[in-house]
Write a protein that binds this ligand. Structure first.
Ligand code: NAD
Length: 297
């Protein structure tokens, strides 16, 4: 029987643990604050922001929201980020990506105070992760690490294949899995759009992590017997229903189930973990900046 990981249940367990941390902070008269900045009228970005705000509200984290018209100048955005950097009530800052083309997204990430960089994308935090001394682990890969742990998957000595080399999922996932630390010690192969014979790589893997943004790219024939399959993909595909679309992952769930030992569904797998780990980083950022010791879950 294939074990289907319940990402909502694992995420709930993390947020329960964070509740205790928020109480510890409150006892020291500290309320964590997360600032979100939106410079887009893309409905998906708006949805992600409101999910993050809801997560904050549920946990007693103060949300601060700043919105700019997509036609505003890059300098307007940098001024907002600078003001949030200086605001002592703000412990975490998240600029929702993508930003419009006329804004240099790399510069945006560099403008955020590294101590408030709860996405973990500032070069200082990326460097610390690569150097094996992470401060804020990027939310999606960190969430996957927690899912694997919750499903009793020991990564040590395994062959892991990651499909996708993005800065937000593929690369940091590879960095986490090769760390000489619990949840790491795997032998990692990172595949991408130029990889030849992807199926030959995934078939040999003990753990397949699909983060390509291609609907059902990985099917059952590409999964070795007894492998662990983590599906990061969230793809909107058109269907002939009233809603007009449905969300599918990067893995063809039904056929992958036939070979996998453990698998995550879409939705209800990795997605809820991404939000939970953002709240985790916000609590951690608050504890660091306010010099309060908390017992993170
Ligand atoms: P991206 O577009 O930045 O990167 C995709 C990567 O996949 C690239 O490195 C590319 O080389 C590789 N790729 C594309 N086609 C490929 C193919 N045919 N074979 C092998 N590799 C291929 O995407 P991203 O931001 O990393 O996101 C990937 C997917 O994960 C998307 O569907 C996104 O919506 C989803 N996502 C989900 C969450 C979540 O919380 N569930 C978080 C982040 C991203």
């Amino acid at each position: 029987m294939t074990h289907v990981i319940d990402g909502n249940a694992v995420a709930d367990r993390i947020t329960d643990g964070l509740e205790a941390c928020v109480e510890t902070l409150e006892a020291e008269q500290v309320t964590p604050g997360l600032a979100t900045v939106l410079m887009s009228d893309d409905p998906a970005s708006e949805t992600y922001i409101s999910m993050k705000q809801q997560g904050c509200a549920d946990l007693g984290i103060e949300s601060i929201h700043r919105e700019l018209d997509p036609s505003a100048s890059a300098d307007d955005l940098f001024e907002i980020v600078a003001a949030l950097n200086d605001d002592p009530d703000v412990h975490g800052i998240l600029v929702q990506m993508p930003v419009p083309d006329h804004v240099d997204s790399t510069r945006v990430l560099r403008t955020i105070d590294p101590l408030k960089d709860v996405d973990g994308f500032h070069p200082e935090n990326v460097g610390r992760l690569v150097a094996g001394d992470p401060r804020y682990k990027p939310c999606t890969p960190h969430g996957i690490q927690k899912l694997l742990e919750a499903a009793d998957v020991d990564t040590e000595g395994t062959d892991a294949v990651i499909v996708g080399r993005s800065d937000i999922v593929g690369k940091p996932m590879a960095n986490l899995l090769i760390q000489k630390a619990p949840g790491g010690n795997a032998t990692v192969t990172v595949c991408h759009s130029r990889t030849e014979d992807l199926a030959a790589k995934t078939r040999e893997a003990d753990i397949v992590i699909a983060a390509a943004g291609v609907p059902e790219l990985v099917d059952g024939s590409m999964i070795g017997d007894g492998a662990v399959v983590i599906d990061v993909g969230v793809n909107r595909v058109e269907v002939d229903t009233e809603k007009g679309y449905e969300l599918v992952g990067d893995v063809e769930f039904e056929s992958a189930m036939e070979n996998a030992r453990t698998i995550t569904p879409v939705p209800g797998g990795v997605g809820p973990m991404t939000i939970a780990m953002l709240l985790y980083n916000t609590v951690k950022a608050t504890a660091i900046q306010e010099d309060v010791s908390v017992d993170l879950p």
